[in-house]
Design a protein around this ligand. Structure first.
Ligand code: URA
Ligand code: SF4
Length: 192
């Protein structure tokens, strides 16, 4: 399946209740040839309005972080756990994650990144479990490199704090900058 076919399918999705309140589905963005895949939580107000991931304030932080390691948006692929915005940006519910993550699974199969960075607790929980790792709070696993070698991923999982958490928190921003430098280092070191 191509990313376009997947996008068309997700655009018409009604597998959980979130379709009722969405304005736009946010499938993903960036290049499917990327070595790095970033996984966020769910669209927010601006993303729902524009149909693109990370275009609001969290997106500004993300752009800044990518810029500090010399990587542009066009050099990463960005997806979310949920493709539709939860009302008032509430946390994703278990059933919604279950209904929506098969799309993320297919995105991973299409992009076949060498580095997957789940951002925040919900993304980290899903990705860690998917790759047979023990999920833990993002505070204890961020900035660690989990090496994976299986049919789906020959590379690393590097959990990160969610950029939204750093919007008003300079300390977290510093931690994120440090963790992004690690991502850049792993990207440059990692040979298949
Ligand atoms: N936060 C997310 O997790 N994803 C987005 O796309 C925007 C904000
Ligand atoms: Fe479908 Fe996912 Fe949107 Fe729910 S959140 S309607 S599963 S695309």
């Amino acid at each position: 399946m191509s990313i376009e076919e997947l996008a068309e399918e997700v655009d018409n999705c009604r597998k959980c209740g979130l379709w009722k309140t969405r304005n736009n589905v946010v499938v993903g963005g960036g290049s499917i040839d990327s070595e790095i895949m970033l996984v966020g939580e769910a669209p927010g107000y601006n993303e729902d309005k524009q149909g693109e991931p990370f275009v609001g304030r969290a997106g500004d932080v993300l752009d800044m972080l990518l810029e500090t390691i010399g990587i542009g948006r066009e050099n990463v692929y960005i997806a979310n756990i949920l493709k539709c915005r939860p009302p008032k940006n509430r946390n994703p519910m278990k059933e919604e994650i279950k209904a929506c993550t098969p799309y993320l699974d297919r995105q991973i199969e299409i992009v076949r990144p060498r580095i997957i960075c789940p951002m925040g607790n919900f993304a980290a929980g899903y990705i860690m479990e998917k790759f047979g790792l023990k999920p833990d709070s993002i505070g204890s696993i961020h900035g660690q490199v989990f090496k994976i070698r299986n049919l789906l991923l020959k590379g690393s999982i590097i959990p990160l704090y969610h950029p939204a958490a750093a919007v008003y928190n300079p300390d977290l921003k510093a931690v994120l900058m440090q963790d992004f430098r690690l991502v850049s280092k792993v990207k440059n070191d990692q040979k298949i």
